[in-house]
Design a protein around this ligand. Structure first.
Ligand code: HEC
Length: 245
């Protein structure tokens, strides 16, 4: 029983402790689902840099339009890159077989990835920041959060190229990556790239649970109602007790 409790406790606090399954520690993404501009930028970045390989098969373009406050025209002009229709689900341009042949692995659907990974949006954020060159890997890239990932660093031209700095290895264990160093600067500085990674992570967080947008905006009204109701209850109580006193 105590062991089970300890495990449950550990699981509950794992994201806070920065434990990522199998990878290095996670960085806080700082995503904000009420920041509509961030979600819109994230959607644009996703369609341009990710949707070529990854589908979002549980999500429709029209839903993105409605949720993120974009008109059908804006979605069609900026977010739909192929032949897809406004009401269709978001598929990729790659046939599943090609993905296997090119990367040794098909790129998975990302509809739920921000919920499936321990750490959620923080995992995605740290993953997008964790790519480094590794000549031993088939694509030439490795990742601190997802070691051995077969995805190339598709945003390298923005972030630049990072090289690993290895820590001391003990007892003949494989050397571990202690930190990453920017070897070749990219088009963006570190702060701008963080924002890019944050926008994409926020977009995937929204996609994984679209209802969260409504829930968060509803929450404010619930709190306002409670405050209002408390006031009414207090006035009522004073009114009743006036006669008693
Ligand atoms: C060139 C194709 C390609 C592009 C473009 C691409 N990915 Fe990937 N991605 C992959 C492959 C292949 C994997 C599977 C890696 C593995 O399991 O080894 C993957 C894995 C992932 C995973 C982990 C999924 C899981 O279930 O473990 C995430 C998250 C992810 N990609 C996000 C992105 C984001 C965000 C972008 C855009 C910035 C992007 N990818 C662009 C090919 C791609």
């Amino acid at each position: 029983m105590t062991k089970l409790r300890l495990f449950a406790l550990l699981l509950a606090f794992a994201p806070a402790l920065g434990l990522a399954a199998g990878g290095g520690p996670l960085e806080a993404s700082g995503t904000d689902l009420s920041d509509r501009a961030s979600l819109q930028r994230g959607a644009g970045l996703y369609m341009n840099y990710c949707s070529g390989c990854h589908s979002l098969s549980l999500h429709r373009y029209s839903r993105i339009g409605e949720d993120l406050g974009l008109t059908q025209e804006e979605v069609e002009q900026n977010l739909i890159l192929g032949e897809a229709k406004y009401g269709e689900n978001i598929r990729t341009g790659i046939a599943p077989g090609d993905g296997n042949a090119w990367f040794g692995k098909a790129a998975p659907d990302l509809s739920l990835v921000a919920r499936a990974k321990l750490g959620g949006a923080d995992w995605v954020y740290s993953y997008l920041k964790g790519f480094y060159v590794d000549e031993t890997r088939p694509m030439g890239w490795n990742n601190t959060v997802f070691p051995g990932a077969s995805m190339p660093h598709v945003l390298w031209e923005m972030q630049g190229i990072q090289r690993p700095v290895y820590g001391e290895s003990h007892d003949g264990a494989a050397p571990h990556v202690e930190k990453l160093e920017l070897a070749t600067p990219g088009r963006l500085d570190a702060r701008q790239y963080d924002q890019v990674a944050r926008d994409i992570s926020a977009f995937l967080q929204y996609v994984a649970e679209p209802a969260a947008l409504k829930r968060e905006s509803l929450g404010v009204w619930v709190l306002l109602f409670l405050a209002f109701f408390t006031l009414i209850a207090y006035l009522l109580k004073s009114e009743y007790w006036r006669d008693v006193h």
